[in-house]
Design a protein around this ligand. Structure first.
Ligand code: SIN
Ligand code: MN
Length: 272
């Protein structure tokens, strides 16, 4: 999959591109079942909200065959190779649960703010690709982005280690207010929450400002975030665990486009 001229323009101007229905229902059923099992595991990579509900499973691509295929999927890898003009490696892999009733806030931040400060990543030549495993609704803790905010470079941020169980370099209210006001003119929208069916995909620039509110609905909102980084831009500081900020900079070799379906069919047959 390659980005067309319109998508490249939208990415450059707005800082994100949204692809509804990028993965089929059959592919999503496989990944959702796998995600539900992973979030129940008792292992160091699975973090919990202060209530005990699962929040994030890190590095699932290293211990789950299904997510290993997703991390090498051409629908995610090819557009980034196109954007960066070189090979990419997996910097981070997060499965965010945003559990029904208990999923907690992600404060306003830029991803590259953390990758630069904590991991010594030289440039914002890495980005998150969000794969919706559940339907993302306006009401169940949707991710919100501030269009065009990626044009501001790396903004001043404070290290919040207490609000949630996940330390994050977060922006102050004044900055968010200013950026949203800028995005709203002329004829723009200050804050956008891309919503859609399971299987939708959102790619967003490493400096795009984003956040998500708590989920107080009965509807879970699981999203996988695959962070791919240009190989020549690999991290230089190893302050976080290897399974949070990876140190294996081997270029990804994409799998076949049908790899998830082949896996689902082979395992269904084996079970019959
Ligand atoms: C993130 O910004 O890394 C996660 C946000 C979310 O899952 O809502
Ligand atoms: Mn983020």
């Amino acid at each position: 999959m390659q980005l067309n001229a319109e998508q490249l323009k939208a990415f450059d101007e707005q800082g994100y591109v949204f692809f509804p229905n990028c993965f089929s229902e059959e592919e999503i059923l496989l990944m959702r079942a796998e995600a539900d099992n992973i979030l129940k595991l008792d292992r160091q990579e699975v973090w919990h909200e202060k209530t005990g509900a699962p929040r994030t499973a890190f590095a699932a691509h290293t211990f789950s065959e299904v997510f290993g295929l997703l991390a090498r999927h051409p629908r995610l890898v090819e557009p980034l190779r196109q954007l960066f003009g070189e090979d990419v490696y997996v910097h981070q892999f997060k499965l965010n649960a945003k559990a029904a009733f208990e999923g907690d806030v992600w404060q306003w931040h830029q991803d590259y703010g953390t990758w630069a400060r904590d991991d010594g990543m030289p440039q914002a030549r890495a980005m998150n690709i969000a794969v919706f495993l559940d339907e993302v609704l306006p009401i169940n803790g949707a991710l919100m982005v501030i269009p065009k905010s990626h044009k501001h470079g790396t903004l001043a941020a404070g290290h919040d280690k207490s609000t949630t169980s996940y330390p994050l370099w977060t922006l102050d209210n004044e900055t968010v207010t200013r950026l949203a006001a800028e995005a709203a003119e002329p004829g723009g929208v200050g804050i956008v929450a891309p919503t859609g069916k399971p299987g939708s995909v959102l790619m967003f620039h490493g400096n795009l400002v984003h956040a998500s509110p708590p989920n107080i609905t009965p509807y879970p909102r699981k999203i996988v975030y695959l962070t791919l980084c240009a190989v020549s831009n690999h991290i230089t500081k190893f302050t976080r665990a290897e399974w949070i900020a990876h140190r294996d900079f081997t270029p990804i070799v994409p799998v076949d486009d049908g790899a998830l379906l082949d896996y689902a069919r082979a395992h269904r047959q084996a079970a019959e």
